[in-house]
Design a protein around this ligand. Sequence first.
Ligand SMILES: [Zn+2]
Length: 209
Amino acid sequence: MRKCQAAISRAPQDSASLWGIIHIVAIREVVQYPAEVLTRPCRKIGAGKLAEMRELIADMMETMQQAGGVGLAAPQVGVSLRVIVAYRIEREEVLSSVTAPAPPRLRAYLNPRITRGEGEELDEEGCLSFGKLVGLIPRYTKIWLRYQDDELKEHSEVLEGLDARIVQHEVDHLNGILISDRTTVPLYEREEEKEESQVAATGSDADTA
Ligand SMILES: [Zn+2]
C-alpha cells in the first residue's frame, strides 16, 4: 500500500550520503477508527530521533495532501509520537509595513501544547480516520500554541479560525481524543459527500483532518 516518489528534501551540502540528498517520500496508509493507536496518548519527542522525525514529517505531509486533508497527526499513520502537520489556511495579520517572509503554508509542530484558548464555535468537522463521517465539534476560535520545530527549537504562535480548529483537532489526536469523543451530535455522513461520489478523491476537503 506504500507508493513512493523521490523528492529533494535537503540541500546536498547537508550530507555526503545519498540518503541525505534524496529522501524517498512515502505515502503512508491512514489508520482508520477504531484502531487502538488512535485512542492511545502519544509519547513526547526527544533529541534522539530527529532525523527519523524529518522523514516522518515529510511522509505525513505527502500523505495528508494525497488524502485531501488539511491536517494529520502521527498516530493516524500508526506512529505514537507527538507530531502533527497542518495547513495554514488564514493569513497572518500584517503588523507592520516591513515585508516579513511569508510562513510556509504547510507546517509541522513537534510536541505542540495549547496553553490558552478563547471564544467558542460549533462547526462541522471531519477526520481522515473516519472516512466520510463528520460531527459538530465545539472549538476555541483563538488559541495560543507552543511547539518545537524539527531542531527542537521552541516557538509560540497564536492561531485563529480554521487554523485554530485544525490544530486543536490534531493535538486531540496526540492525546487519543477523536471527533467521536467531542461531537455534540452522533457522527453523520456529510450531505454533499453522498452525492459527490468519486469526485471527493480529488477535491479539497476544507476541514478533514
Ligand atoms: Zn483527525
